[in-house]
Design a binder for this molecule. Sequence first.
Ligand code: PMP
Length: 456
Amino acid sequence: MKDQTSNSWEQRDMHNVFHGFTDLDTLNRNGPVVLTHGEGIHVFDVHGKSYMDANSGLWNNVAGFNHRGIIEALCDQARRFPGYHAFFGRIADTTVALSEKLIEISPFPSGKVYYTNSGSEANDTVVKMLWMLHRRNGQPQRRKIISRVNAYHGVTVATASMTGKAYNAEFGLPLPGFLHADCPHFWRFGRAGETEIEFSQRLARNLEELIIKEGPDTIAGMFAEPVQGAGGVIPPSEGYFEAIRPILRKYGIPLIADEVITGFGRTGAMWGSDKYNVQPDAIVASKCITAGYFPMGAVLLGPDLCAALTAVSEKAEEFPHGFTAGGNPLGSAVALKALEVLETEGLLENVNRLSGRFMSGLRQLGEHKYAGEARGVGFMGAVELVADKATKVALDGSYQISERIANKALEKGLICRPLGQAIVLGPPFVMTEVEMDRMFAILADTMTEVFAEVGL
Ligand code: PMP
């Protein structure tokens, strides 16, 4: 730990903060990194050390950490009308304007927006919407939720149940009725001799079998990330969504695209749904919606689901659900500005301009003796480390290889993320070529040093 004096920021953190999603061994050994501010894509700790954040915070700080325009938009709104709720038919004008904008840029010809404070809350909200819809439609048994192995949909009780094992087993989850279909990761789960398209078709057949086995009229909906994020950056296998879509339609099962990571340009398209032909009934958004400057989640209901919910709601009164701070005008002002910045300051163009360079950087890391797969799209990517390239057998867990690499990179001033045995990168959309080359150079050196250290 850098500073052991009793009143250091590190010690004050250790005494007063209970960290989630933090490896406690590493925390106890190295202490926390306490940050004071950011400039561009770098953040600075209390000792003045700078770190290039190759994960955009948690995928969300895409415009850098000190964008003047977004900060001004927040301050202007704070001066005019800093907070209000969206209950009882009341709402801030700025939040109405944001809703209009979100539907305009959505893949839907029309629709409506429901606001939350996080991605978890937004997914949780959709589960309740679906349960209410089916119940009011005389199908109260339609409650089962399908997600997929390696999914990440959040941490509330319902969304942790939809999330993969790594995040729910500790809590005795999933709840009954939360089903996990196959993960469309061809490299990991494809069979010898099977083409990628055949693999996607096999997964679709398995999905149909699951639906039939469970009873089609017991399924409330299916949730899918266009690219699985926290599961290790897994773009769908070729033809996957084209193969599962007709099956879900056949059984009247709504498809919800969880675009908490992929929404607003991460894949190079505005939506992962556009990129991968998902054709969802609703989209769940968060993270980049405010470029990381304010907590916000949103459910974008497409026209059919919106009409269905409206029809039953008129008969049966309100949707008895809401978050005090959902639709807060500060967040709405920030989101409106962040979306303007995304469209008018060349952020989306930059992702597309540099995604080739990003992929080739990843592929170069993928040449490493212990790299099994380098994968990604747009500005999201991962290098999966393995003991043996041919058999894809994982490295012995005791090496803690990805954690070691991330910790060593941190020492060198680079923030990247270990996920299982993969190193994950999700750079800010404003990253330049020079910064990108530096990111890959640091990571390449780090990998060489760490593999030497552990004697591999
Ligand atoms: N869905 C996806 C795809 C996510 O990646 C995340 C967060 N990483 C969530 C939902 C949950 O969002 P939050 O952390 O804002 O609750």
